[in-house]
Design a binder for this molecule. Sequence first.
Ligand code: SAM
Length: 251
Amino acid sequence: METIKEGDLVLIRFKDRRYLKRVESDKNFSYKGGVLHYKDLVGKPFGITVGELQIFKPTLEEIILYGIRRETQIVYPKDTFYAAHKLDLREGKKVLEFGTGSGATALVFSSAVGPSGKVYTFEREERIYRVAKKNLERFAPYDNVVLFNEPFSPERVGEVEFDAAFVDVREPWPFVEAVWSVLKPSAPVGFLLPTANQVQELLRHLRPFFGDVEVVEILTRPYKPNPDRFRPEDQMVAHTAYLLFAKKLSK
Ligand SMILES: C[S@@+](CC[C@H](N)C(=O)[O-])C[C@H]1O[C@@H](n2cnc3c(N)ncnc32)[C@H](O)[C@@H]1O
């Protein structure tokens, strides 16, 4: 059975709050009502109750929501996990992404393509690139991310033909042909766009390069898990972004 080791990440659940922490034996976790000494967790299994606390092994979604340093607006896991599914990312695939931002999307893609896959990701701002680099070093599940500190250009990826691409920049339409040029025939592409006018502008630029276009918005509606008062949470995230997916058409 896997047990908690020094340096492991743990998800601590206290009442309705979640905390992502690293187990460091000389440190403690203080909460209203007590103190947890991390050294007491070492050697114990994940998924245990300690007083009022529950201790779990964090999922990738929790690492992204509660762990990574954010220098840019990150893409919510509800959107990135759906994108990984729509882009058909699986073990061994090669995916192109830009801009990297804080690296939240790259983390999900790294996990999806596994140790034999590759994620090529471009971030043009040095300050943001550094944050992404740290986040990827700390949290990427595999050593399969190639991070460039420069604007995306097809020349930089050389002969690589990608199985999929994902674009999250404010004005993606000038890059449509460049992205098209590095994809395998029929390969899927995804774009993340916060506003409707960006979607409209991109739609105008997709032909003749991409077909089978879909635009979706992912809404999640959380519920209070109380068997006696089961009902939706009072508040929800109403809008994060539109996701546009399409597939490469050969000329
Ligand atoms: C909203 S953030 C991306 C967030 C990221 N997808 C995540 O999950 O954390 C957009 C980023 O794109 C970068 N960017 C804009 N144009 C770019 C380009 N042509 N090449 C590479 N990066 C670019 C910006 O510097 C910014 O950091």
